[in-house]
Design a protein. Structure first.
Length: 297
């Protein structure tokens, strides 16, 4: 066991502890709000709950990733198991893919509801079917990251967790992986929201003539604004890490470590952003949070 050096390690651990506490507390409030408040139970909000769960998982495993800086293992089944499932980045990657795929589902669901409302009635998500989409998202994320869990092991020479594969395979895997789980979803999401914004703001349509229709149009715009804000925050926080991983896989010696550290901090900081976006942009979430904090039903 390596001695704890407060001069080098106190700030990272303090940051991780604060981030962990804020992420779990704020995202748990999102889950509790949708669970307890009937007026928040919608297809979109169920997907936002799935994002909150993924962020909680990310935050929980952040401290585990710091362990390998201080703990040294003897080679064995336990060391390999810990590398596969706890102290390497595999679970956070799975959670990140869950977030990405959930944002894709969210954008497609909004696209169907707003741009193609009549053509997609039979395939649109409903409150009673969204759970199947959420389960499919988690299963897909686990399958996509399965090679990481299989190849991860503890290297007794370097005293860190590594993958049992050659450099060429790692490069091919990382680039293919980033394209499938980062850039391709981004293209789909961009297309959907471009069409949605075009439909809501730029198409020449007759203005709604009754209050109910006006309120419906206003609600749709609010939901779209919130969805775009959440997606933008995720992209800004996640893309730097995805790009950094791609560059370091190509040639880690030419890429300063401080950039990867900054990208990692930005990535984990994203776990606390969404609940504040909900509170800032959604009247219903803000109302639910106030009721929960005041211990009122």
């Amino acid at each position: 066991m390596k001695a704890f050096d407060f001069s080098d390690d106190f700030i990272p651990f303090l940051f991780a502890l604060i981030l962990l506490s804020l992420a779990i507390a704020s995202n748990s409030m999102v889950v509790a709000a949708v669970r307890k408040k009937r007026f928040l139970r919608s297809t979109t909000n169920y997907l936002l709950v799935n994002l909150a769960v993924a962020d909680i998982v990310n935050a929980i495993f952040l401290p585990f990733m710091l362990i390998q800086r201080y703990v040294r293992f003897e080679k064995g089944i336990l060391a390999d198991f810990l590398c596969k499932f706890f102290i390497y980045y595999h679970v956070p990657v799975t959670a990140s893919i869950v977030s990405t795929l959930t944002l894709v589902v969210l954008s497609v669901e909004r696209y169907h509801a707003i741009v193609k409302p009549m053509r997609t009635v039979g395939i649109r998500l409903r409150k009673d079917t969204v759970k199947y989409a959420i389960v499919a998202v988690w299963i897909s994320a686990i399958i996509l990251t399965l090679p990481l869990y299989i190849s991860g092991y503890y290297d007794t020479t370097t005293k860190i967790c590594l993958h049992n594969s050659d450099k060429t395979f790692q490069q091919v895997f990382v680039y293919s992986f980033n394209f499938i789980v980062t850039f391709l979803p981004f293209i789909i999401i961009t297309f959907c929201y471009f069409q949605i914004v075009r439909e809501l703001y730029f198409k020449n349509k007759v203005a709604p003539q009754n209050i109910a229709a006006q309120q419906d149009a206003l609600n749709k715009r609010k939901i779209v604004k919130l969805s775009i804000s959440v997606t933008t925050a995720f992209v800004l926080c996640f893309f730097p890490l995805a790009i950094t991983i791609s560059l370091t896989t190509l040639d880690s010696s030419r890429f300063p470590r401080k950039y990867s550290q900054t990208a990692s901090v930005l990535y984990f900081a994203q776990t606390i952003i969404n609940p504040f976006l909900y509170a800032f942009q959604s009247t219903n979430f803000r109302r639910a949070f106030k009721l929960i904090l005041s211990c009122r039903q």
